[in-house]
Design a protein around this ligand. Structure first.
Ligand code: ADP
Ligand code: MG
Length: 254
């Protein structure tokens, strides 16, 4: 079943005085099935953040539709949007976005606190999740006391504790050293193996080579897709690198 259906998305930004129009997305369509792990790549300015913001319902498209589990996001009222986002989507950002005055535990609990979840239920959900993400030992620490890799695993726990339909990640390894990045990618693979659907925007060929499918955005459209099939990470890595070369040298779609 499709968790996410993106249909002919177009986004035109108009400057304040209406003089300048920037077409960030021209016609983007794709579908994500339940349990998929999809990476989105594209050069800077190709519209990746615009796309993610629309999927996160932080911005509205100029044209086109986004369906989450068959439900048209355009039909959700503004005042219901925050709850919809909290209940259905999990976010991981490049710069963690943790609250420095909250412990690791309270950062992870935050979306459940906002949803009014009973404390007992929060603890029940936290324990296995923290163990899986290797952060059980640091729950009482504060963000400034832990490493970048631990911060991002905390952010991932916060994104997943609501059991979202989709985990959306924008450059999640962008601020991590290679060892911490590898740790996070392993965790993404593990939670995906357990059924979590993931959509990740990344510049990193390495990160994308962990996904089951890679979408390439160019000139506001999906230019190409690679499926893992039976490929190893190394083989997929090579295919991704080759595709990026074609894109950056202005080649034609295959
Ligand atoms: P990417 O994340 O792939 O680097 P973006 O989605 O940030 O690309 O941007 C796509 C295009 O839209 C760029 O040309 C960018 O300058 C433009 N753009 C992004 N956000 C805005 C905005 N709020 N107002 C005007 N133009 C924007
Ligand atoms: Mg961006």
């Amino acid at each position: 079943m499709a968790v996410l259906e993106v249909q002919h998305l177009k986004k035109v930004y108009t400057t304040r005085f209406g003089g300048n129009r920037v077409q960030a997305l021209s016609d983007v369509s794709f579908t994500v099935e339940k349990g998929e792990y999809v990476a989105i790549m594209g050069e800077s300015g190709s519209g990746k953040t615009t796309l993610l913001n629309i999927l996160a319902s932080l911005d509205r498209p100029t044209e086109g539709k986004v369906l989450l589990e068959g439900r048209d996001m355009a039909g959700i009222r503004e005042r219901d949007m925050a709850a919809f986002r909290r209940d259905n989507l999990g976010f991981v950002f490049q710069d963690f976005n943790l609250l420095d005055t909250f412990s690791v535990r309270d950062n992870i609990f935050l979306p459940l606190v906002l949803a009014g979840t009973p404390h007992k239920e929060m603890e029940l959900r936290l324990e296995p999740l923290a163990a899986k993400l290797g952060i059980s030992e640091i729950l009482d620490k504060f963000p400034y006391e832990i490493s970048g890799g631990q911060k991002q695993r905390t952010a991932a726990a916060r994104a997943m504790i609501t059991r979202p339909q989709i985990l959306l990640a924008d450059e999640p390894t962008g601020a991590l050293d290679s060892r911490a990045a590898d740790g996070l990618l392993k965790i993404f693979n593990r939670v995906n193996d357990e059924g979590q659907t993931i959509l990740m925007v990344t510049h990193s060929v390495k990160a994308a080579s962990h996904a089951g499918r890679v979408l390439f955005i160019k000139d506001g459209e999906v230019f190409h897709q690679l499926y893992r099939g039976r490929k190893t990470n190394e083989e997929l890595y090579q295919n991704i690198a080759d595709t990026l070369t074609v894109i950056s040298t202005g080649g034609e779609r295959k």
